[in-house]
Design a binder for this molecule. Structure first.
Ligand SMILES: [Zn+2]
Length: 207
């Protein structure tokens, strides 16, 4: 399977289309955000290469990727050949306590510290060493949409033994207690795994 576009980019773009509509009230933390209505028709893009992977993710229980729910985040780890892309997305509220462009000096500093910290792979995620995955690229970004904001962190690895990847540990969870649950999914050509991570259980295990 060759992904024409990064899988995560596809998922995130659909999340931004249907989530976070301006003016919609925040969902209470203890309720599940109802299914958002279908997004308006998107411009047709050649997505044939990614359809199978997206189907696999949906089968793996990632159906809530579209929701913006404070306290709830998403993790997607996708192995394409020897390249592993780990993408994390969370409401900004749950990692920094506000969802607007930083205004005060304190907010500016907090935003910089957040991005600096999560740009360090060791602060973000650890992988079992047998897979021989070395970080090759990282990107940390925020995006404001209406009354809400998202943090997106992506780290890309090159793995010498991709078939030996057995664990993706989202170690950052220990630092952000306002993130209560994370829907985590792993997908490769031959395997998939899914789990709900919490501060007490931060690792996604791959059988
Ligand atoms: Zn929000």
């Amino acid at each position: 399977m060759t992904l024409k576009y990064p899988l995560s980019a596809l998922l995130i773009s659909s999340a931004l289309l249907v989530g976070c509509s301006p003016g919609s009230p925040d969902a209470p933390e203890d309720t599940v955000t109802p299914e958002a209505p279908a997004a308006p028709a998107e411009p047709a893009e050649p997505q044939a290469d990614t359809d199978n992977a997206v189907d696999a993710l949906e089968e793996a229980g990632a159906g809530r990727l579209e929701a913006h729910e404070h306290g709830h985040a998403n993790l997607v780890a996708a192995m394409d050949g020897d390249m592993l892309t780990v993408t994390f997305e969370s409401p900004l509220m749950s990692v920094i306590g506000f969802e607007h462009e930083p205004e005060t000096e304190k907010q500016v500093a907090a935003m910089e510290a957040l991005q600096d910290s999560l740009s360090e792979t060791a602060n973000f995620v650890t992988l079992n060493s047998q897979a021989g995955c070395l970080p090759s690229q990282t990107e940390t970004a925020t995006r404001m949409t209406g009354d809400h904001g998202e943090l997106r962190v992506e780290h890309v690895f090159q793995c010498s033994s991709p078939e030996r990847l057995k664990q993706v540990d989202l170690v950052m969870l220990a630092q952000y207690p306002d993130i209560k649950t994370v829907d985590a999914v792993f997908v490769s050509d031959t395997q998939q795994a899914a789990a709900e991570l919490t501060g007490a259980t931060t690792a996604l295990n791959i059988d």
